[in-house]
Each structure stands twice: as C-alpha cells, then as structure tokens.
Design a protein around this ligand. Structure first.
Ligand code: PRX
Length: 614
C-alpha cells in the first residue's frame, strides 16, 4: 500500500483492477440511497420485480416489497453457464491426513437439491423453521442452502453451544426438524455432537433429527430429482440467528430474503473485491453471522470459491492457517483480531517461509483491532502490499455497513473507515446510530418479540434511528473508530457474549445468592469474562469456583468460560439494590473509583480490594 501521513492507500495496480475506485460513488449513493440500492438489486435475478424500493412504518420497514426472489437461484441459476464448472467450495478437514472435499457449483447444486428433497420428505414446508446444529463440514453449507432452496428459514446454532443453549433457541423457533452430525474434530479430539443434540431437543417441538455421518458417508437419500427454488417474497423470512443482548435470553434476529440477498451480494463484491478467480477464506464458523454471510452466501452469490476449514487455525501446528493459505492459493483472507493476535504471539519466524504470493486483500471483523495487531497483519501476512478492510457490522445488520473500500481507502490502523455507499450513520453523544433508509439487510424484527425489537434498537433516539449499542468516534477524514459496546455485551475472542446471560446461568447455582460478570482485558481475546459471585457458605472456595465454571459450561458452552472467578461476601450496590458493575470494572483495572457516597454498602469495596490485590 502507499502511506501518506497516517493514512494508507491501495497501490495504483490494485486500484485499477478494483470494482470500485471512483469516490463519486459516495455522492451518487448518498444523494438517493433507495435509488442506489434499487440499481444494485436490479442486477440480481428476480422471479418478479418489486413494487416499492423502500417502505417505512417506523420502527418497521421493508425493502423491495412485492418482489419474488430466491437466494439460491442467484447462486445457481444466475450466470450459470459461466459458473457451473467453477469450484464453489473447498473443505479442509482438521486431520492433516484426511482428504479435503471440493465441490464445483454443479456438484454443490446436486447436494443442495438432494438435501432439499430430503427435507421435504421429512415434512418441511415453505415458511417452516429448521434447526441446524452442525460443525464446519460441507453439509452445514448444504443444509443452509437447502433450507433456502425450499423457503424454510434456517436457524443455525453454533456447534460449541451447550445442549441447554440449543434447547432455548429451538424452543423459541418452534422448529420440528434439526439437522445435526455424529461429531467433529477440534484440536485433535472427536466431539460427540449427537449426544448434545439429543440432549438439547428435549422439551422442544423437534420430532425428527437428520444426522450427517461426519465419520462416513452422508445420509442424504439418493434422490435424483432436481429441486426447484421456491419463489419467496422479498420480506419472507430467510433465517433466524440468535445473538446476545443485555438480558438473559438470546434474541432471534430475523433476516429476510430480498434485502439480505442484495446486501450479501454487493458488500462482498465491493468490499472483498470478488473477481472470478478469487479464493476466499473467511475463518468464521457458520454458527455466527459472519459465517452465514461471508463464508457462505456472499462468495457463492458472486460465483467465486469459498474455503471452509473444520478445525482450529493453530492445530496441529501454530502455522496451520498459513499452510492452508499457501496450499490453496487463498487470495482474500478474512479473520478476527483475536486470531491475528494469536498468530502474532507465535513470533515472526514461523512465517518466514511463507510468501503468500497470491494474497491480495485482508479483512478484519468482530472486535476492534488495535494498532499493533493491524501493523503486524499488514507487515507479516499482507507483506505490505495488501489493503486491510476493517469491517464493522453486527448480527442485526446482516452484512457489512462500515469499512473503507479496498480500491480507494483510506485505511488507518484501528479505524474501521467510511460507511458503505448509501449507508447513513451518525455519532450521537458518542453512540453510533444508523439513519433511514438503513440497509436492505438490516433485521426486520426479533422473533416473537416485537417489544424487545422496539426497545433495543428504536427507543434511544426515536423510532426512526437505529441504535447500534456501539460507542464510536470520527476523525477529520470522516473515518470511524469503534470504541466498543455500551451495553452489557462483551466481545470475547470476537464472540458476542451477554454478561446478563452469564449471570443468569451462575444464579442457577443453588448456593450463589447473586453475582456480577464484567469484561476484563485479555491480551489475545481482547476481552474475557470475570465473575464476582456472592458466597457465604462454608464449603471450600475452589469447589464452588469449579461448580460456577461448569454451570456456565452447561448453560452456555465453552466460549463463555470465565478467566477469573472471585467469591465475595457482598458486592457494591446502590441504595436501590443495583450491583455497580462499573465499580468492579474499575477495581479490577486499578482505576480511580471516584465518588462512592451513593453506595449502600461502601465497605464492600475494601473487601473486594483485598480479594483482588491481597
Ligand atoms: O461491538 C461491535 C463488534 O461486534 C459487535 C457485533 O457482534 P456480532 O453481532 O457478533 O457480529 C460480529 C460480526 C459482524 C458490534 O456491535 N464489532 C464488529 N465488527 C467490528 C466490531 N468492533 C470493532 N471493529 C469492527 N470491525
């Protein structure tokens, strides 16, 4: 890249070949965003055109209303002659000696049709919800696409979530079918997923399990018939994906067929600059929104090759990820700052033997990337030539909304950059908000919970302003820097975890009367949870701490495991009984506490100091 003062720009060569390289796009899009998105939408395949570009009945809105579309027709039927023999999916298993699996678009379509017909045979119909609890195997992609093919909304649950977490989500969706697998490999171990799935569907409406044999052949019945794509209304449900909010219960974000397809297609094309020979590796698991949009839908909509990796990027050796980039000729690599910090911690030496000649563009997502991780990524992976798109978005937004475009820049370490053309954002009192017409892919609701939808996103600045729950600042160039969440959500290794959800889990322990969870600094994961639990019994502290950890493991899963657990006799509270998490955070970070006179029990502070500092 070219550096001017504190800003970086793409090389002339990169710029010349990029889909977007003229800043006029911002003016064009900004002057009439609805017209702009309609122009982009027209390049997709619609069974029937829409009547209205954008309709707004705050806090609800619609895009492309009246249109009929199917996302899979835009993957498989659109442009078919040029893409049918291209590689759609490369799957790298974790065991090094196991054979990778590679699918052309034609082969993938066949698998999708077989699975779609199988689902139909199981009684799944358009409009039904289907649970997917699968590891990173090709069948996970096939299952998602098969649901989309027949117009059923998938709800993918991350395979490392516990049976309890699966149950809560499946109860909410009311799904009758769950697609799962007998197991998978992670860090060298074979994990028995089926046992968790069977556990997790107790007390749900799920009557049928479709089980993929990870260790053998897939169970899809030999069904030769081609499966036609269902014609979906623009505003029909494409999928529900659960995410954590401030309170204990996860929220089912609703994404719809038309707007999501348009945004997934165009953000990928312009932000990752997808060209026909690209091999894209987005390291996200399909259980997260990044996996939905950028491991699967966006690259496939653009007719390029997507790479899926089953295992951990540092197994069996710390440079496993680098080996894969080199071996597969990955051209665009998209990962989270946590992974970058982990790679960095192994030292530069292990990267000396890698040239990464094919790599031309890098991406970051999920949490703020600090300057030193950015520079390391830029120097050691991008070899000073690759632009870095630091992409800001959320489960709710469906696709990326803020990042500088690779063919133009400017890029600045720790800054996500400029809003995507047509996206209007503002920073009000330090809070990042999005203004009408928002984005075609923004969520349309929280499943079965309209009240929560209004309260969470549309109440802070009125019904016409989307509240992101992120704090942000803007620099003189208009580049945006995300500071972090302003609610009770923490980002642990890029995973979104609700401290409220963790507290609810811990409070399930019979002998814990109350507790507070805060995010503390972690060198690799960015943030990690720390638990302060009130215990006044006589059993050994170590035993209680272990039980707290296993309680979290049981209700949520291993991703939420705390870095520290402290037992206290009391927690600092206001007179109205609210636990002052802010004070705990400051105590942990050894920061100035300020005025404590509003506390009902100021003496608790000294006791916690003793626990923390000895
Ligand atoms: O706090 C922001 C952070 O991740 C949150 C959204 O998390 P989730 O719904 O799990 O989606 C993650 C992947 C899109 C945001 O509210 N976040 C996401 N991307 C960035 C980020 N923080 C800083 N920089 C980013 N690029």
């Amino acid at each position: 890249m070219i550096k001017k003062d504190e800003l970086y720009y793409p090389t002339e060569e990169f710029k010349k070949n990029a889909w977007v390289n003229d800043p006029k796009i911002y003016e064009e899009a900004g002057s009439d965003p609805v017209k702009f998105w309609e122009k982009l939408a027209k390049e997709l395949f619609w069974f029937k055109p829409w009547k209205n570009g954008f309709l707004h009945k705050p806090p609800y809105f619609q895009w492309f209303a009246g249109g009929k579309i199917n996302i899979t027709s835009n993957i498989f039927e659109r442009d078919w002659e040029t893409r049918k023999d291209r590689t759609a999916l490369i799957w790298e298993p974790e065991p090094v000696n196991e054979k990778p699996r590679i699918f052309t678009y034609t082969e993938l379509l066949k698998e999708v049709c077989k699975c779609a017909n199988y689902l139909k045979k199981m009684g799944v119909k358009k409009g039904d919800r289907v649970g997917i609890y699968l590891p990173m195997i090709p069948e996970a992609a096939v299952a998602m696409l098969a649901c989309a093919r027949i117009g059923a909304a998938h709800s993918v649950v991350f395979s490392a979530f516990s049976p309890d977490a699966l149950r809560v989500r499946m109860q909410d969706t009311g799904a009758k079918v769950l697609i799962t697998a007998d197991g998978y490999y992670r860090g060298g171990k074979f994990i028995d997923l089926l046992k968790n799935a069977k556990d997790g569907i107790k007390e749900t409406k799920i009557k049928k399990l479709a089980v993929v044999q990870r260790s053998g052949k897939t169970p899809w019945q030999e069904e030769k018939d081609f499966c036609k794509a269902a014609e979906m209304d623009s505003e029909d449900l494409q999928f529900i994906l659960y995410t954590s909010g401030s309170t204990g219960k996860p929220k089912g974000c609703m994404h719809v067929c038309g707007g999501y397809t348009v945004q997934a297609n165009w953000t990928g094309k312009w932000i990752f600059d997808f060209h026909k020979d690209d091999i894209f590796w987005c390291t996200s698991d399909l259980g997260w929104v990044t996996g939905h949009t950028y491991t699967i839908y966006s690259p496939l909509l653009n007719g390029i090759t997507t790479l899926m990796f089953e295992g951990a990027p540092n197994f069996p050796a710390p440079d496993r990820w680098a080996q894969i980039i080199e071996k597969r000729g990955v051209t665009v690599f998209y990962t989270a700052p946590t992974a970058i910090r982990m790679f960095k911690s192994y030292g530069e030496d292990i990267l000396k033997k890698y040239q990464f000649n094919k790599l031309r563009l890098l991406g970051s997502v999920g949490e703020p990337i600090d300057e030193s991780a950015w520079l390391w990524y830029y120097n050691n992976v991008g070899k000073e030539k690759c632009p870095i798109v630091d992409t800001w978005w959320q489960t709710e937004t469906g696709g990326i909304l803020i990042t500088s475009l690779p063919g133009m820049g400017p890029f600045k370490p720790a800054f996500t950059g400029l809003p995507f053309p047509g996206i209007k954002v503002e920073i009000k009192d330090g809070n990042l908000v999005i203004l009408p017409p928002f984005a075609p892919g923004l969520l349309r609701g929280i499943y079965k919970n309209p009240k929560k939808y209004s309260e969470t996103y549309w109440s802070q600045y009125g019904k016409k302003v989307y509240f992101t729950s992120d704090g942000a600042i803007i620099d003189k160039n208009g580049l945006i820097r995300i500071i972090g969440r302003v609610d009770d959500v923490i980002k642990v290794a890029g995973h979104r975890i609700s401290t409220g959800e963790m507290e609810a889990a811990i409070n399930g322990h019979q002998e814990i009367s109350e507790c507070a969870v805060i995010g503390i600094l972690d060198e690799i994961k960015g943030e990690a949870p720390a638990v302060f639990a009130v215990y006044n019994g006589t059993r050994p502290a170590e035993e209680i701490k272990k039980e707290i950890i296993s309680q979290i493991q049981k209700v949520i899963g291993p991703i939420a495991l705390p870095k520290e657990v402290y037992l206290a006799a009391d927690l600092p509270k206001t007179r109205s009984g609210k636990i002052m998490r802010r004070i705990l955070k400051k105590l942990w970070a050894k920061e100035e506490l300020g005025d404590l006179s509003t506390l009902a029990n100021p003496e608790s502070v000294d006791k916690i100091k003793k626990i923390l500092y000895g």
